[in-house]
Design a protein around this ligand. Structure first.
Ligand SMILES: NC(=O)c1ccc[n+]([C@@H]2O[C@H](COP(=O)([O-])OP(=O)(O)OC[C@H]3O[C@@H](n4cnc5c(N)ncnc54)[C@H](OP(=O)(O)O)[C@@H]3O)[C@@H](O)[C@H]2O)c1
Length: 279
């Protein structure tokens, strides 16, 4: 069995993926801006991620912008049948440090068409609103995506960076199969949304699953990793996998070595004593 498949399956609507995915934000240039220093190496990371059993690859039009989606198509198109590519729209990048919300209907329509073109697909498997726009009614953004779903451009819809109230509102507009919010060992402030996902049977995709590297500095994590003969990253991911059956982590890396290490987390079984110590 491929390493990431050891996490077991999870459903995204009618699609099934392994419960440990791959975040493709880190295959771009520094600050998630522009091309990576070595495009060939970035494509190799993406190919290796699929080989390791990550059947969900998460990206967004804003990564680069456009660089991550383009590299995914270059590396993996024509796509293997079992590969699900999830992308996001609703953020624009006027510069390297800027991530501005834009949930206007016209922007979202153009964003979906752009992602379809770059990913070379006729329908996007999972399209997530990257973040609610404070200046546009959330229902207006979600209704636009629901309309694009009815038009056949989107298979399943997800949301990101939402509250429980926004999740509930989205679910009155269209079926929602996933929520992508920040959650990791060092930051569990989003517990209420995780619980709402559990109750609704919706996949919860924690971004920053490694706390962007921060969770790996914890002495507790290092101690448990040493005891298990694992690495801190593997312990941080194994903890997420054990935390909830709807948890679908998407660790991100631009390194094949780290990708291999992270996929190995699916085989780590934490003991009750470890879980108590970590929580
Ligand atoms: N929806 C949202 O608003 C949102 C926001 C942020 C991210 N995301 C998504 O979530 C995914 C994951 O988030 P993330 O990539 O920002 O954070 P992350 O997975 O928590 O951490 C990634 C960072 O940790 C390092 N790293 C990865 N594996 C490691 C290992 N085994 N040992 C040591 N360091 C390691 C990476 O550096 P190297 O490249 O050197 O390995 C990178 O700097 C992204 O790729 C993206 O798809 C979504």
């Amino acid at each position: 069995m491929k390493p990431a498949a050891m996490a077991g399956p999870i459903k995204l609507g009618d699609l099934t993926v392994n419960r440990l995915g791959f975040g493709a934000m880190r295959v771009t240039g520094p600050d998630i801006w522009g091309d990576p220093p070595d495009r060939v190496a970035a494509r190799e990371v993406l190919v290796r991620a699929f080989e390791l059993g990550h059947t969900l690859i998460d990206t967004a039009d804003s990564y680069g912008p456009y660089v991550s989606e383009t590299l995914i198509a270059e590396a993996l198109y024509p796509y293997p049948r079992e590969l699900v590519i999830a992308t996001k729209g609703g953020l624009v990048r006027p510069g390297p440090k800027r991530w501005d919300e834009c949930g206007l209907p016209e922007h979202l329509r153009q964003a979906v068409d752009g992602s379809l073109r770059r990913l070379k697909v006729e329908r996007i498997d999972l399209y997530q609103l990257h973040a609610p726009d404070p200046y546009v009614a959330f229902a207006e953004s979600m209704s636009t995506l629901a309309e694009l779903q009815r038009a056949g451009k989107i298979r399943h819809l997800g949301v990101s960076n939402v509250t429980v109230k926004q999740l509930n509102e989205a679910r009155t507009i269209a079926p929602i199969v996933s929520v992508q919010n920040r959650y990791n060992l060092e930051d569990q402030a989003d517990e209420d949304v995780l619980l709402a996902c559990e109750e609704a049977g919706i996949a919860y995709i924690p971004w920053y699953p490694l706390g962007a590297g921060k969770a790996l500095q914890s002495e507790k994590v290092k101690r448990i990793a040493a005891r298990l003969g694992a690495t801190p990253a593997q312990v941080a991911l194994a903890w997420l996998l054990a935390r909830s059956p709807v948890m679908l982590p998407i660790p991100g890396t631009g390194s094949i070595t780290h990708a291999e290490e992270n996929a190995g987390a699916a085989s780590i079984r934490l003991l009750e004593v470890d879980l108590v110590e970590l929580s």
